[in-house]
Write a protein that binds this ligand. Structure first.
Ligand code: ZN
Length: 494
């Protein structure tokens, strides 16, 4: 008898990858099938190559023959054991202290020096590598990108709102920048569970003890309690599924008897070698330095023309395609929207600037969209209405995503405010930083409030700081014109 069970419905209505538990006379190992994807496996490789270039431009790759050779040997052993598309797996070590690793679509894997130093043995290093490899083999990165594209939820792909044809080419077209890589590295808890399961299976096939995966994740979780900064990125890239260790242990019981093989060998001497090197910087230090090194003016001194005409005091109305909301905006601005998306961008001429990568950047204007995270799915399925805590949690997650995708922005301290937005309790917060597009200090105010379906409505008001005051009244009028249509949400549910 086959028992199949969809673990978690994808919110976007697309059936996400299902964990299929096949039970015959003997309990077979869990079969994990890749989810919905707009891309081909070949495109995964192309995207990965392109992103890898960006990554290696921005992160310090450790060039040390012994370390490289060792990590490559472990990686090759796992690559020989993993199922799925024939990806050209490659492995590099990043000279940073944070405990983390990540892999881009197509198999470009980066292991932080901090992670190798943190592992107790080769099998624990192999565990994280097998987990990352499983994300690649299951094509979680482009699965997430596909979902974000359909939902127009990823800020990094806002550019694709502006016309063009063919979904995947649009997403690829808007590729570039470290921010967009973050889109491929945002995994759901279901993805994480799948990566643990397939990672453990791969370890077992490669002759490693997969119990070390459970042990290492437990160790990381415990250490994260003492030194959150060092581990934070790992757990935000890889949100812990519930009962993570138990789930891995359960899979290992199915995989028994294990056929363990010796290690590649030399883990301890590699780790000693790393510890003798000058200490690595943290990601936070690297990011800070990079933003300081950015020139105040673009090369050549010719920046884009910055400035807009006075917004008209006469407003017109934008109505969302499914009538989910209405909002008013100055008559001499434009509303950029697409039939299939929830969101809209309201911007004046010259409020949208195309940068040298061909990406559209909003430098003056308003982005209206909705947001939901994986945890919100659990919460919505519970049928609860969004209380103050849940509103704060989702808004904080959204802000985190925005800060990740727009690394020049930082949160302004003590800028959180309670708001009333279209009659509902909401929040606002201010982000600011030097815009890489205009080279001017940019100010972004985020407003959020619950939607009738338990998702988060948000609006980002964007302008150079020097002009923000002059636009404040316009922004306030736009926000106060918002009307969420509860009836339309109810109709959508049916
Ligand atoms: Zn993961």
């Amino acid at each position: 008898m086959n028992e199949s069970r969809v673990l978690k419905r994808s919110f976007w209505g697309i059936q996400a990858a299902a964990l299929l538990l096949v039970s015959g006379g003997l309990q077979a190992q869990t079969q994990v099938k890749p989810g919905f994807n707009l891309f081909s496996a070949q495109q995964d490789i192309e995207i990965g190559q392109k992103s890898a270039k960006e990554v290696e431009h921005q992160l310090p790759i450790l060039h040390d023959r012994s370390v490289e050779r060792y990590v490559e040997k472990v990686g090759k052993r796992l690559a020989g054991a993993i199922q799925g598309p024939d990806f050209p797996y490659q492995f590099k070590v990043v000279n940073v202290s944070d405990v983390n690793a990540f892999a881009l679509p197509g198999g470009f894997m980066y292991i932080n020096r901090g992670l190798i130093e943190e592992a107790d043995n080769e099998a624990q290093l192999a565990a994280v590598m097998a987990h990352e490899m499983a994300h690649v083999a299951l094509r979680h990165g482009t699965n997430q990108a596909s979902k974000a594209y359909l939902a127009q939820a990823g800020l990094g792909i806002l550019g694709s709102l502006f016309g063009g044809q063919g979904a995947s080419s649009q997403v690829i077209g808007s590729l570039g920048g470290f921010g967009l890589n973050a889109l491929f590295l945002k995994f759901s808890r279901t993805d994480e569970e799948q990566a643990d399961v397939v990672g453990a299976q791969t370890m077992a096939r490669a002759g490693y003890n997969p119990m070390e995966m459970a042990a290492f994740f437990e160790k990381l979780r415990e250490n994260a309690g003492h030194n959150p900064g060092k581990f934070e990125i790992f757990f935000s890239d890889h949100p812990s599924p519930e009962h993570r260790a138990q789930r891995i242990e359960k899979e290992v019981r199915i995989l028994r008897p294990l056929h363990l093989e010796g290690t590649v060998g030399g883990f301890d001497s590699i780790r000693r070698r790393l510890k003798r090197m000058p200490p690595a910087r943290s990601m936070a230090q690297i990011m800070k330095q990079q933003s300081q090194n950015q020139p105040a003016q673009p090369p050549g001194g010719q920046g884009p023309e910055i400035g807009i005409n006075q917004p008209s005091s006469r407003f017109r109305q934008f109505e969302q395609a499914d009538s989910l909301f209405r909002i008013r905006y100055p008559e001499n601005w434009r509303a950029h929207s697409s039939e299939r998306s929830f969101g809209v961008i309201l911007a004046p001429d010259r409020g949208v600037i195309r940068d040298d990568r061909g990406e559209e950047n909003i430098v003056y204007g308003v982005i209206v969209n909705r947001y939901s995270d994986e945890q919100a799915n659990d919460f919505r399925e519970g049928g609860a209405s969004m209380d103050r805590r849940e509103l704060a949690r989702q808004t904080q997650n959204l802000v985190r995503g925005i800060l990740r995708d727009n690394s020049y922005l930082t949160l302004q301290r003590r800028s959180w405010r309670n708001e009333t937005i279209d009659g509902e309790r909401g929040l606002s917060v201010v982000l600011s930083g030097q815009s890489p597009t205009t080279r001017l200090e940019e100010r972004v105010t985020l407003f959020s409030r619950p939607l009738p379906d338990g998702q988060l409505f948000y609006a980002l008001f964007i302008a150079p700081a020097r002009d923000y005051g002059a636009l404040k009244e316009t922004f306030r009028r736009i926000l106060s014109s918002l009307k969420i249509n509860e009836q339309a949400f109810k109709r959508q549910k049916l």
